[in-house]
Design a binder for this molecule. Sequence first.
Ligand code: UD1
Length: 418
Amino acid sequence: MDKIIIKGGKKLSGEVEISGSKNSSLPILFASLLTDEPCEIKNVPSLADVDTTINFLNFIGKKTIKTGNTVNTFVSKKYKHVAPYDLVRKMRASVLVMGTLLARLKRVDVSLPGGCSIGARPINIHLEAFRKMQVKISVDEGYVKLSADKRLKGANIKLHFASVGATENILLAAVLAEGKTVINNAACEPEIVDLSNFLNKMGAKISGSGSKRIVVIGVKKLSGTSHEVIPDRIEAATYIISAAITKGEIVLKNAAAVHIKTVIEKLKKSGLLIKEMKNSIYVKWVKNLKPQNIKTAVYPGFPTDVQAQWMALQCLLKGSAVIEENVFENRFMHVLELQRLGANLTIDGKKVYVKGVNKLSGAPVMVSDLRAGAALVLAGLAADEKTTISRIYHLDRGYDMLEKKLRKLGADIKRVHA
Ligand code: UD1
């Protein structure tokens, strides 16, 4: 299996191009199932999760081709209604096939996604919402089977937690349902707005996306369209932190500062110089940074997907910080690995207490999940000597050309085939 080897201590400098958002691309690709007309989706990153989604769509019956960063979907064959374990286990976002196939076929059997290393990640919120839309649900041989006698019915839905995936699944089902659907306590993430913009371009009638109350008026048919995916805000935050942790100076191109305001505000408070331009972000380390506490929360709160990277940075700051994880129940897998590099961290329930150390020292470490991997790369960039990171397939799920981009910024990083 491939490994990444980093020799730390280089100050990063130069320009880095931010790729399209993974978490926008996946639901938008699934949304293309809602029409038989061609769709063109631009600024799609080259990632394992995108490949998995494309294979998934081809399996279901949608001809889908990626050329560079553009994905084209073509006239479909008759869709299959079964999403087997082999496809679903690779990527949790596969559950988005529920909303789309319910809308198109009125039935879908999806292998239950199960847990993952960052928590149990059930789909009860998705299912409760579908039930309100007159969907019958049963579980049989590891599959959740959903069906409706006729066109799905619009409903008044209140989410007890503003789940991103559930909001997306409901949108995908509601756009072709009969009548009006209201989602209360909807997720407000920029990826929800991007998906809604794509669906509205297809002819859907969605209003209120980006707020806690989304209203969808169902239509009978959707058409093909062209769309450019928004920049990846989590990738952007990761590169900003890479400049902070290596005391560097970088410019992020094609980045949307407006989507990571909470992260930027915290870093500015810490003492990092950040200038937000229209499509780019300038970052410069000018003085020793002060540690900052964070509590993860749904958007616009501090993103759980940046919690691990934030911890890597705090490890090297003089003083102490408390990091609280409120979105996932088991998202501290990186703590043990950061400790192997010399970090002083104590877990207490959903909090981690960080005491800054003068230096981290390179060591062999293992990635447990995507963002934990990003934290280890950041720590490795700042650590003395050599850090060898294994199980990097997690990183390939979410970071487009990671080593290439970091090398261009001056990092000593390479991938080896072990
Ligand atoms: C999406 C993102 C992921 C991000 C997360 C939170 C994608 C592909 N992934 O994941 O990167 O970390 O949002 O911002 O966009 N929950 C339930 N029942 C449900 C659904 C969720 O209890 O039916 C819980 C989960 O276990 C978790 C929390 O709600 O603890 C957040 O999950 P959710 O917002 O649904 O995240 P995802 O859509 O899976």
